[in-house]
Design a protein around this ligand. Structure first.
Ligand code: ZN
Length: 165
């Protein structure tokens, strides 16, 4: 396992539509392990493969006090509700802003062994799933803020903790 460098906006890899993972081979398993290590090294709670320069549809999620897990070829199959949340991103260092996210989502995909599974995410988990799947489509949270002047420095005190995903 290794910590990989995190791609930063405006790196073009962050703007590409990532390709489906055709087969979960050894290199994809290594990618997953490295992404989990990179996420934790940067205190993130989610990471998408384009953020480590790999344009493949693979994300990892690391919620506080839960086992981290990967979803290969994730797809949102259901979204419920709307809410405004503070968001930040390891690929857009130093900035945070308010975006609209769902109250809960259901995502399907494959685990690291290629087994299909579904995960239901509410609140922070739902937000992280939507944020990471956005990365696979070349979308950053700064595209989702109402206007760029709603972005602010992450150091500023905000209501509640800003999770970096
Ligand atoms: Zn991000």
């Amino acid at each position: 396992m290794a910590v990989r460098p995190v791609s930063k906006h405006p790196d073009t890899v962050l703007r590409q539509k990532a390709k489906k993972v055709p087969v979960i081979d050894k290199s994809v398993k290594t990618l997953i392990d490295d992404m989990i290590e990179t996420m934790f090294a940067n205190n993130g709670c989610g990471l998408a493969a384009p953020q480590v320069g790999v344009s493949l549809r693979c994300i990892v999620i690391g919620m506080p006090e839960e086992e981290p897990f990967a979803i290969v070829n994730p797809e949102i199959v259901k979204r419920v509700g709307d809410r405004d949340v503070e968001e930040a991103c390891l690929s857009v260092p130093g900035l945070a802003g308010e975006v609209k996210r769902s109250v809960s989502v259901i995502v399907k995909g494959l685990d690291r062994y290629g087994k299909p599974f579904r995960v239901k995410g509410r609140e922070l988990l739902g937000q992280a799933l939507e944020h990471e799947i956005d990365h696979l489509n070349g979308v950053l949270f700064i595209d989702r803020v109402e206007s760029l002047d709603k972005l602010h420095k992450k150091e500023q005190p905000v209501s509640g903790a800003t999770e970096t995903v």
